[in-house]
Design a protein around this ligand. Structure first.
Ligand code: FES
Ligand code: FES
Length: 140
Protein backbone atom coordinates (compact mmCIF):
# COMPACT_ATOMS: atom_id res chain seq x y z
CA UNK A 1 0.00 0.00 0.00
CA UNK A 2 1.25 3.45 -0.86
CA UNK A 3 1.93 5.79 2.02
CA UNK A 4 -0.71 8.24 0.75
CA UNK A 5 -3.34 5.48 0.75
CA UNK A 6 -2.44 4.58 4.30
CA UNK A 7 -2.70 8.23 5.32
CA UNK A 8 -6.12 8.54 3.68
CA UNK A 9 -7.32 5.38 5.39
CA UNK A 10 -6.31 6.70 8.81
CA UNK A 11 -8.07 10.00 8.16
CA UNK A 12 -11.26 8.33 6.91
CA UNK A 13 -11.29 6.11 9.99
CA UNK A 14 -11.29 9.15 12.30
CA UNK A 15 -13.83 10.90 10.07
CA UNK A 16 -16.28 8.01 10.03
CA UNK A 17 -15.71 6.93 13.63
CA UNK A 18 -14.86 10.19 15.37
CA UNK A 19 -13.38 9.88 18.84
CA UNK A 20 -14.72 12.25 21.48
CA UNK A 21 -17.43 13.80 19.33
CA UNK A 22 -20.11 15.32 21.55
CA UNK A 23 -20.54 17.88 24.29
CA UNK A 24 -19.50 18.21 27.92
CA UNK A 25 -21.31 19.60 30.97
CA UNK A 26 -21.52 23.31 31.52
CA UNK A 27 -18.36 23.74 33.65
CA UNK A 28 -16.17 22.96 30.64
CA UNK A 29 -14.16 25.53 28.68
CA UNK A 30 -15.79 26.04 25.31
CA UNK A 31 -14.17 27.52 22.21
CA UNK A 32 -15.82 27.87 18.83
CA UNK A 33 -13.75 28.62 15.77
CA UNK A 34 -14.57 28.72 12.11
CA UNK A 35 -12.51 28.41 8.99
CA UNK A 36 -13.21 31.66 7.13
CA UNK A 37 -12.42 30.18 3.73
CA UNK A 38 -15.24 27.60 3.91
CA UNK A 39 -17.38 28.57 6.90
CA UNK A 40 -16.90 25.22 8.63
CA UNK A 41 -17.10 25.47 12.39
CA UNK A 42 -15.78 23.50 15.32
CA UNK A 43 -16.55 23.80 19.01
CA UNK A 44 -14.03 22.32 21.37
CA UNK A 45 -14.92 21.70 24.99
CA UNK A 46 -12.40 20.79 27.65
CA UNK A 47 -12.65 19.93 31.28
CA UNK A 48 -9.44 20.89 33.05
CA UNK A 49 -8.63 19.60 36.50
CA UNK A 50 -5.38 20.13 38.42
CA UNK A 51 -3.79 21.63 35.32
CA UNK A 52 -4.59 18.56 33.23
CA UNK A 53 -7.06 17.94 30.42
CA UNK A 54 -9.50 15.56 32.07
CA UNK A 55 -11.80 15.36 29.05
CA UNK A 56 -11.97 16.96 25.61
CA UNK A 57 -14.87 16.76 23.18
CA UNK A 58 -15.72 18.45 19.92
CA UNK A 59 -18.79 19.20 17.87
CA UNK A 60 -19.48 21.05 14.66
CA UNK A 61 -19.40 20.59 10.94
CA UNK A 62 -16.43 20.41 8.65
CA UNK A 63 -14.56 18.50 6.01
CA UNK A 64 -12.92 15.13 6.57
CA UNK A 65 -9.57 16.73 7.36
CA UNK A 66 -10.87 19.19 9.96
CA UNK A 67 -13.06 16.62 11.71
CA UNK A 68 -10.49 13.85 11.71
CA UNK A 69 -7.94 16.33 13.01
CA UNK A 70 -10.31 17.26 15.86
CA UNK A 71 -10.81 13.56 16.63
CA UNK A 72 -7.06 12.94 16.76
CA UNK A 73 -6.36 16.07 18.77
CA UNK A 74 -8.96 15.26 21.46
CA UNK A 75 -7.44 11.79 21.81
CA UNK A 76 -3.90 13.09 21.98
CA UNK A 77 -4.51 15.72 24.69
CA UNK A 78 -6.50 13.49 27.02
CA UNK A 79 -4.72 13.38 30.40
CA UNK A 80 -1.99 15.79 29.32
CA UNK A 81 -1.03 18.89 31.29
CA UNK A 82 -1.87 22.20 29.61
CA UNK A 83 1.84 22.71 28.92
CA UNK A 84 2.10 19.29 27.30
CA UNK A 85 -1.04 19.96 25.24
CA UNK A 86 0.41 23.27 24.06
CA UNK A 87 3.64 21.52 23.14
CA UNK A 88 1.61 19.06 21.03
CA UNK A 89 -0.08 21.99 19.26
CA UNK A 90 3.37 23.44 18.50
CA UNK A 91 4.59 20.08 17.21
CA UNK A 92 1.55 19.77 14.99
CA UNK A 93 2.13 23.26 13.55
CA UNK A 94 5.69 22.26 12.72
CA UNK A 95 4.59 18.99 11.14
CA UNK A 96 2.07 20.57 8.76
CA UNK A 97 4.64 23.17 7.77
CA UNK A 98 6.96 20.32 6.87
CA UNK A 99 9.37 21.06 9.70
CA UNK A 100 10.78 18.18 11.67
CA UNK A 101 8.72 17.10 14.67
CA UNK A 102 7.75 13.75 16.07
CA UNK A 103 4.63 12.49 17.74
CA UNK A 104 6.33 9.51 19.27
CA UNK A 105 3.20 7.82 20.56
CA UNK A 106 0.73 9.13 18.03
CA UNK A 107 1.27 7.96 14.48
CA UNK A 108 -2.20 8.99 13.26
CA UNK A 109 -1.22 12.63 13.59
CA UNK A 110 1.84 12.08 11.44
CA UNK A 111 -0.45 10.56 8.82
CA UNK A 112 -2.68 13.61 8.98
CA UNK A 113 0.23 15.98 8.54
CA UNK A 114 1.33 13.87 5.58
CA UNK A 115 -1.71 14.91 3.49
CA UNK A 116 -2.01 18.47 4.74
CA UNK A 117 0.77 20.19 2.89
CA UNK A 118 -1.44 22.45 0.77
CA UNK A 119 -2.40 25.83 2.25
CA UNK A 120 -6.18 25.20 2.12
CA UNK A 121 -5.72 21.85 3.84
CA UNK A 122 -3.44 23.30 6.50
CA UNK A 123 -6.28 25.60 7.58
CA UNK A 124 -8.60 22.59 7.80
CA UNK A 125 -6.09 20.53 9.76
CA UNK A 126 -5.17 23.27 12.22
CA UNK A 127 -8.71 24.46 13.07
CA UNK A 128 -9.14 22.15 16.07
CA UNK A 129 -5.58 22.76 17.23
CA UNK A 130 -6.12 26.51 17.14
CA UNK A 131 -9.21 26.01 19.28
CA UNK A 132 -7.05 24.01 21.70
CA UNK A 133 -4.51 26.84 21.85
CA UNK A 134 -7.26 29.38 22.56
CA UNK A 135 -8.73 27.22 25.29
CA UNK A 136 -5.35 26.84 26.99
CA UNK A 137 -4.69 30.58 26.74
CA UNK A 138 -7.99 31.22 28.52
CA UNK A 139 -6.78 29.09 31.42
CA UNK A 140 -3.43 30.82 31.85
FE1 FES B 1 -12.88 21.50 0.55
FE2 FES B 1 -12.42 21.04 3.09
S1 FES B 1 -13.99 20.22 1.84
S2 FES B 1 -11.18 22.04 1.68
FE1 FES C 1 -13.80 23.65 5.89
FE2 FES C 1 -11.82 22.06 5.71
S1 FES C 1 -13.06 22.73 4.11
S2 FES C 1 -12.49 23.09 7.45
Amino acid sequence: MQLDDLYRRVIMDHYKNPRNRGTLEEDAISISLNNPTCGDRITLQMQVEDGKVKQAKFSGEGCSISLSSASMMTEAVQGKTLEEALALADQFSSLVKGEPAEFEDYEDIEALSGVCKFPARIKCATLAWNALRKGIEQQQ
